[in-house]
Design a protein around this ligand. Structure first.
Ligand code: ZN
Length: 169
């Protein structure tokens, strides 16, 4: 069943405790993905239902719980395979415009911030060389693109086109 998020037109997820790396990479790709490593099954089910999120889980029993309206059972332990499983499910390709639009730590949508406002908050070299900055409205973390973005795109490419290989964030 496909029911996209009304804002981005994309699916929203809640990753279970075993899928922290997958959650992080889905955020990198711009998917609204909740993750909380202290959350138990019952809480996860109620959050998914209340928030219209698809539960991503390595637990087949949880995926089959009737209270959970929508879920995707992730079969692989390999991060690249897991990411491919999700993209196959959504039918989406990687949309470069959405890459790095969410906070990797807390999942909030990043907001542009004027360069002069970050002068004292980033290393001088970064300030001199980067034209654009974004800030997380929740945790206040700053993001800038530059080579970071290019490297990220290369990693996404490797991750999605690789044989089983261990990636970490
Ligand atoms: Zn944040």
């Amino acid at each position: 069943m496909r029911e996209p998020d009304s804002l981005s037109g994309r699916h929203r997820f809640f990753a279970d405790v075993m899928l922290g790396s997958l959650a992080r990479w889905l955020r990198i790709l711009g998917y609204d993905t909740c993750y909380d490593n202290r959350m138990d099954d019952e809480e996860l089910i109620s959050r998914c239902c209340a928030d219209n999120r698809i539960a991503l889980t390595r637990d087949r029993r949880l995926a089959r719980r009737r209270a959970l309206k929508r879920s995707l059972f992730i079969t692989s332990d390999n991060l690249g395979d897991q990411l491919r499983e999700v993209l196959r499910f959504t039918g989406d390709g990687v949309d470069e415009r959405l890459v790095l639009t969410r906070c990797l730590e807390c999942n909030s949508s990043l907001q542009p911030v004027a360069k002069r406002e970050v002068r004292d908050l980033v290393p001088p070299y970064v300030y001199r060389t980067q034209p654009r900055f974004q800030r997380c409205p929740e945790c206040r973390r700053l993001y800038w693109a530059g080579t970071h973005r290019e490297r990220m795109m290369e990693r996404i490419d490797r991750l999605l086109n690789s044989d089983p290989e261990t990636f970490s964030t």
